[in-house]
Write a protein that binds this ligand. Structure first.
Ligand code: NAD
Length: 331
């Protein structure tokens, strides 16, 4: 079997954000039915030439039953890449045929990650509020993942106002122009993070190493999506949330928003109300959301990458996109 090789450019435009939201939603549902195997991501700690810490690269394997798809993504982030005009995230993905073990595809996964990180929020929002809700949205972090958060929210809801906050104001100003067409109301660039917290839904996708969202700014009825790799939500707000939802219990205890409160012994798996997959099939009703602060922590699962990668592979094959390479040199 020849392996299909796909570049970022070849993948762009093959799937719409609405389609990627649907793929993520179906995969969450499949996980709830027991059709998915998605271990926690495994981080490897890197060092620079002087032995200094150089971030982590994580391996994210998964099998997705409803598509009969399997594979593995590896992903890291490196702030030094910006000076080379490259995104912070770097990622690649291998896809195998689970029946034969043949290497079906090798693809760029930086663009794929952006699409699925947006789409996972879109799918989770659909499980929480249904399709077509009207929402005032506050976005913290106006970079690559921030853009697809807005794309995905616009695919499942009406954004009636968008408040953008970035520690680097020009990033928020640039994004305001890029997303204006996705918003049915004003797009405001905020000088202070508290202004962006005045919203029905807050999404955080920053590189901040310390919390940026404070408890005193958030009122009942707010949905918070904490998606960054480090803790972006103040510990007191985590502990005050009425319900905490996660994408993967094991890995959200070890990294991302909840890591510190877990290490301090103030939070643990028993305090998670539900996984996103349990919401998908209505196994855990949320009740009246207007009176609750809901915190949804999704640091990203391999199952969504594999589900989305499988569909990219299928579309590319149909359209004859991508090069074929024979790793086994059979002919
Ligand atoms: N949950 C997931 O599935 C998932 C997937 C991919 C990336 N991520 C994480 O999302 C985060 C953002 O990644 P990206 O690719 O968009 O990076 P990016 O560099 O493209 O964008 C990050 C933005 O955050 C801004 N920022 C940094 N500190 C801030 C602060 N204190 N307050 C407000 N804004 C701040 C930066 O100026 C930048 O514009 C990272 O933590 C990354 O690891 C999560």
């Amino acid at each position: 079997m020849k392996t299909r090789l796909l570049s970022k450019k070849q993948m762009q435009g093959l799937l719409s954000m609405k389609e990627v939201v649907e793929l993520c939603a179906r995969t969450f549902e499949d996980e709830a039915r027991g059709g998915v195997d998605c271990p926690a991501k495994v981080p490897t700690h890197l060092q620079g030439p002087e032995g200094q810490p150089a971030g982590t690269v994580s391996v994210m394997p998964a099998f997705v039953g409803w598509q009969n798809a399997a594979g593995c993504k590896f992903i890291g982030g490196n702030t030094g890449r910006r000076s080379r005009g490259l995104p912070y995230i770097y990622a690649s993905q291998l896809m195998i045929d689970p029946a034969t073990g043949d290497l079906a595809g090798v693809m760029d996964a930086e663009y794929l990650t952006q699409m699925r990180t947006g789409a996972q929020t879109g799918a989770a929002l659909r499980f929480m509020k249904g399709e077509g809700a009207s929402l005032r949205v506050g976005l913290f972090g106006c970079g690559s993942q921030g853009y697809t958060q807005i794309q995905a929210l616009a695919a499942v809801a009406r954004i009636t106002e968008l408040r953008l906050y970035d520690i680097y104001r020009p990033a928020a100003e640039k994004m305001a122009g890029e997303v204006a067409g996705l918003v049915q109301g004003p797009v405001l660039v905020c000088d202070e993070p508290s202004q962006a917290a005045d919203a029905d839904l807050i999404a955080l996708v920053t590189l901040s190493l310390t919390p940026v969202l404070k408890k005193e700014w958030v009122r009942p009825g707010t949905l918070i999506f904490a998606l960054g790799t480090y803790q972006e939500v103040e510990s007191e707000l985590i502990l005050a949330a009425d319900k905490v939802i996660v994408d993967h219990i094991g890995q959200t205890m070890e990294r991302g928003c909840l890591k510190t409160v877990v290490e301090e012994g103030r939070f643990g798996p028993e305090k998670v109300y539900a996984t996103v997959s349990q919401l998908a099939l209505g196994q855990k009703p949320l009740g009246d959301l207007s009176a609750q602060i809901l915190l949804c922590v999704m640091i990203g699962t391999g199952m969504l990458d594999i589900a989305v990668g499988q569909e990219y592979l299928k579309r590319a094959k149909e359209k004859g996109v991508g090069a074929l390479f024979d790793f086994l040199e059979e002919e």
